[in-house]
Ligand binder design. Structure first.
Ligand code: NCD
Length: 316
């Protein structure tokens, strides 16, 4: 595997091997010295055309823990704001000898375009493209679910995961539906009809408009951010009404199974899709998702880049 562009590029064995590798690498993140020499001398570029906090710093931390050199390129303040095309930027990165380009872009398909182009010879990793996919987020979510609720076979068989809210604009939802179902979980999408994409019936997931009826059956409740910046139209009458029907609050938390966990990819709109009380509760794994993101991204970089040059024994 050279690139990670979409969860649909992975089969179950590959997905599980990323999660297993991440588990091994997580041990290093717990050690006082958090470094492995594996990617020494390799150059990794973080090419971010859209705002990001956790994904960018998570990839940066992952690359540095594997001893790679990291170049952070954010479109703001670069020649991109002078109108430079993705092609010209790609050629510049190639000239600098980038071994991997981690790209976030508002256009769905931009990472695929870069990977298919002749301008980049290294690996391309999709860090979120438009409303399309965000594969490493889904992998870190699956990793987190597996850690808390996984079966002895290592997959997510028998679990029921709810993804709640702004499915329409969510690349996190798309990647998660593909990955969680690949790993054997049952997925329910819970949203108002206006926030579900056309063609959602063909996704490997059940659809519900009634949060309260599904909630007691869920093992993990994944709340999504209402993506106001992608909304040109009115998708729900008022924020208050949205929270009333689709927000996670104290009353709803009381309906959850005892063992069920609360997730959110961040950034959260506290008070809209989730109350502070739920986000900060003992059953919330939201902060842990961020920590797991580093291990999962280390695993992806390791598996894509270390290849045959990997140092023996590193993962033993
Ligand atoms: C998500 C994203 O950017 O797609 N955030 C993230 O990567 N942690 C979700 C979001 O912005 O709502």
């Amino acid at each position: 595997m050279r690139h990670l562009l979409s969860i649909s590029d992975l089969d179950k064995t590959q997905a599980l091997s990323i999660l297993d590798t991440a588990l091994e690498l997580a041990r290093i993140s717990d050690a006082p010295v958090k470094k492995l020499p594996t990617l020494r001398g390799r150059t990794i570029v973080n090419l971010f055309y859209e705002d990001s906090t956790r994904t960018r710093i998570s990839f940066e931390a992952a690359a540095k823990r594997l001893s790679a050199d990291v170049i952070n390129f954010s479109a703001k303040g670069s020649s991109v704001s002078k109108g430079e095309s993705l092609k010209d930027t790609a050629q510049t990165l190639q000239a600098m000898g980038a071994d991997a380009v981690i790209i976030r872009h508002s256009a769905s398909g931009a990472p695929r375009w870069l990977a298919d182009s002749e301008w980049i010879s290294g690996s391309v990793i999709n860090a979120g493209d438009g409303t399309h996919e965000h594969p490493t987020q889904a992998l870190l979510d699956a990793f987190t679910i597996r850690k808390h609720l996984g079966s002895s076979t290592g997959d997510l068989q028998g679990l029921h995961i709810g993804i709640v809210g702004d499915i329409l604009h969510s690349r996190v939802a798309r990647s998660n539906v593909l990955l969680l179902s690949l790993l054997g979980a049952q997925v329910s999408l819970i949203a108002p009809p206006t926030l579900l994409p056309v063609g959602v019936e063909s996704w490997p997931a059940k659809i519900s408009y009634d949060f309260d009826s599904v909630l007691p059956h869920l093992d993990a409740v994944m709340m999504l951010r209402v993506q106001q910046e992608r909304m040109q139209d009115l998708f729900f009458p008022t924020a208050r009404e949205y929270s009333h029907f689709f927000g996670l609050n104290r009353d709803r938390m009381a309906l959850m199974k005892k063992s069920a966990i609360i997730m959110h990819p961040g950034p959260m709109n506290r008070g809209l899709e989730i109350t502070a009380e739920c986000a900060d509760s003992a059953r919330s794994v939201i902060v842990e998702q961020v920590a797991n993101g580093v291990s999962v991204r280390m695993a992806v970089l390791y598996l894509l880049l270390a290849g045959s040059t990997q140092e023996q024994g590193v993962l033993q």
